[in-house]
Design a protein around this ligand. Sequence first.
Ligand code: GMT
Length: 384
Amino acid sequence: MSARLNLAITCFPTFGGSGMVATEIGLAMAERGHRVHFIARDLPVRLHGMTRKVIFHEVTESDYPALSHSGTYPLALASKMIEVSSYEKLDILHVHYAVPHATAAWMAREVLGDKSPRIVTTLHGTDTTLVGTDPTYLPITRFSILRSDAVTTPSEFLRRATWDGFGIPDTFPIDVIPNFVDTERYRPVRNRAHLRQLFPGLAENEPVLIHVSNFRPVKRIGDVVSVFEAVQRKRPCRLVMIGDGPERSPAERRIRECGLEHRAAFLGKQESFAEILAAADVFLLPSEQESFGLAALEALSCGIPVVASNIGGIPEQVQHGTTGYLAPVGDVEAMANHVLELVRDLDRWRIFSRRAREHVLEHFQLAPAIDRYEALYRRLLEGA
Ligand code: GMT
């Protein structure tokens, strides 16, 4: 085995934690001198402007009329994996999100036989908790997970949910490699000018709440708005909403109906928002489910305390009463009270902010996570 690995990564190219994590792993591996390919439907968001560091292979589906709407993406992806593996002699194929990427990888491996790369599947959450365990996909997803050479999850919670949800014995090895954050990009630089561009009349001590997500129902965007309204009644504040998805329009409508539109800014999808995040005061994540909650980690890295629901993998990164506050799903009153505790007491906010940054530096830095993925790849190749 040569020291330089030939690695391919497959992920969803859309805004979302799994694609972000996959892209950061690929870029970091390329920085370490490995040859890195991305096999995806489109250029992943964080690869924009970075393609000279890696090789991108686009998965294109046939436009033959009889095939449209028949879900041929997994087949096109498997074919591209076979093609790239054959002429690039890949060592590792690392797929992010089991549905359908782990299944496409398994199909590719069946075709490639003993020339197949080793397959690593990283589960990210909805592929287990929402989609994967849906009876529509369960048998094939379970099978594809079991046929992977290695499986990883970003939290203990998701490891347990995978064993339990798919009826897999807990003797089946799943490595927990927590998600990580680029602590240089997400750092505590509080420049309120970024917020004044959004809110020209922003007072110096006026708190700014912020939320970043894909605005899917699982994020409980209505709760973000409810918390903002409840805080606003007691202490004038502002709300920044970053991202887009089905729950955005209803939320914007509700904000307008309450006459709060001048106090809220919906920015849509943003490729870069670290400066805005770092200038805000409290990050809100009242999700129904979250295997990890990468956006909260990015906030903590900027020294922004998080108020979130006490579910899934969130408690593995947000410490209640230390770096933020956790409340039961849907308990918007408790969440609003926690926000008020933070924004009314600057000393408390500063302590939480410092501890948030320290916690991230200690446990969620990029380099140690990349070390673990690299060690996993090498372990698989040594056992080949
Ligand atoms: O729900 C999202 O935010 C998108 C989804 C994805 O597939 O990108 O996020 C999942 O993976 C992220 C990266 O590991 C995690 O931080 C999110 O918690 C997880 N989402 C859910 O579990 C709902």
